[in-house]
Design a protein around this ligand. Sequence first.
Ligand SMILES: *Cc1c(COP(=O)(O)O)cnc(C)c1O
Length: 438
Amino acid sequence: MTTRERAMLHPNYSVDDRGHFCIGGVDSVMLAKKYGTPLYVLDEDAVRRNCRTYYSSVKKHFPPGSTAIYASKALSFKRIYPVINEEGLGADVASAGELYIAKSAGFPMEKILFHGNGKSEADIRFALECSIGCFVVDNREELDTLNRCAGEMGIRQKIQLRLTPGIDPHTFDAVNTGKIDSKFGTAIATGQAFSLTSYALTLRNLDLQGFHCHIGSQIFDDRPFCDAADIMLDYIATVRDKTGFTASVLNLGGGFAVRYTHDDPEISIEENIARLGSHIMDRCGELHIPVPAIILEPGRSIVADAGVTLYTVENVKTIEDYKNYVTVDGGMADNPRYALYRSPYTVLIANRAAANPDALYTIAGRCCESGDMIQEDVPLPAPQRGDIAAVLVTGAYNYSMASNYNWLCRPALVMLRGGTETLAIRHETFADLAACQL
Ligand SMILES: *Cc1c(COP(=O)(O)O)cnc(C)c1O
């Protein structure tokens, strides 16, 4: 495969006549020079296209009332929320901090779903004060606290219960969340889900809508979702038979995969949603239960391919008979995913994106940590100091997972729409680093 072909991993990526890598039709080398590096670039048009795929597929193939909700934790900053709202999606938040950002961006609070296995009373009160749409309750202590706080505030709060269906979607362990042995939710198989559900139905200030499960991330087909749906629909039928309560909502969580390298298959989200939808209808028919509204919570597949990260090459070291190291001006502080999960990425030299590789290079970060790598053994055309390295498909879980380790400043984020750019997050300064220290 040529470098040019490698660069064309997604339709919004291209290489121009000068051999520069472009995203959303904009020259990445120009962006790197204009805004400095490291730099996150987010193609808003691609985010909108991804939202539309979910919005229209859910409307077309799922029962009435079904919705797609953007999982904020993939990438949360003020300017993403109007985009998500305009495209008709709700948003879930995993913390009061994410809720605060969504609220300050004017996102409609009734379209917010609040996740998390460790919500504090302060988090719960803040979310109640914001009048959010729904809590996804993880455990009994949360149920009690939420019921008490809602009562004190005179609110009847909508909730879903987070359950673990006990299936293994065969993804990486750290992103696999639906097994019985999980810190998330309450297991159906142990009977604990049923006692939690029965208990929730007795609580006067809570209005149980239905059940939630999230089986994991980076799932390439509808099969694991159909399996999860089977278990959850069986559970809905059991609860109805035993208690008379019929769930009106089934939330199947997030997780459709994105293509990080050419080794990953191309998948059609719409076809997967269509198959899942007809599977759910059939199963509800067999169980003689009303078809619940289905919620999906995509994060990664909304923003990942819309993003790239640009770095400047600082140095190239060759250890004879071992490896070639290319050190860039960022690393695990702005993208911890290789250090955490050995995540695969496609890396290019953006200013020579049509030049074919001469050898394999390991892209090292600048942190004082041997594990600080972006990717190992990438084919590149002899990188040199001052080159711009582009890491593709970094829109999800990069900025949102960034830290200030080694007191590195977090990079700026530039958004592209219709070929023009807007600075959405400025580069942090040393003064920002010192700002909280008294
Ligand atoms: C992380 C997460 C998501 C989003 O997963 P993606 O793989 O980014 O689509 C959705 N729902 C819940 C509960 C999650 O924890």
